[in-house]
Ligand binder design. Sequence first.
Ligand SMILES: [Zn+2]
Length: 279
Amino acid sequence: MVLYIVLFGPLVVALLVYLLGKIRTARKRSRRQRLLSAPVSDAWRQILAAEFGLYRRLPAALQRKLLGHINVFLNEKILVGCNGMEITEQVRVLIAAQACLLILNKPGDYYPGFQTILVYPETYVTRVTRRDGALHSESLDVRAGESWQRGPVVLAWNEVLQGARDSRDGHNVVIHEFAHKLDEQNSAMDGLPVLSSAAQYQSWAQVFSEVYKVQQQKLIDDEEDVIDSYAATSAAEFFAVVTETFFEKPAQLQAAHPQLYGQLQQFYQLDPLQWEPPD
Ligand SMILES: [Zn+2]
């Protein structure tokens, strides 16, 4: 008997773990299916129509799809108010809608690896410590949002609302921080998200490194571009910033950097150029 336990015990445990994993995945899939097709409150539609410029530009089929994703997202993520911030239905729906816009046609596992979104009423100040050799410095940074690798997303509500309302200024803090979340899904936050094929990795590397170099030179030369100069600070920021530009200034991005637009169109499986023009 003891011999059997020694020989087969680990095998039985491994099998049980495997089966439990399968059951959990099947339950999650069926819960998501139910939430995707469940009717949503009219209040959500009213909030989105009134406050989210990009929602108004979406074709009706994509609007319906977005509402389903919002339902799943809000079921799985936890929004926590900081510094007295009250998490109202408007806060929940507008954050979820902007985050889910990126995964509209490829929801994957709904931003796996983290659950919490911290919301401050306004831009917040954070203490940053930097070490460069023997030099140890501290400074106070004012932030609109941030994304911790495998950790929470932090957002300032005044910036979230401004980003939702203005759909054509190229700035959207929720889109920016959730692009970082897509980026980290292959472990490193390095501007290279998970792609679908070896060929896509190759063309992505070529196009992104070319435009990134151009942006860095433009930053040095103090030259303007449709892509905000913050993109030139790192490869990770480049991906997050061009994502904001792709959704909010698609025509300008396509005209200035058609190959980059094509890569993002393929990655997000969306073509914002086809949506209603901004109002
Ligand atoms: Zn960033």
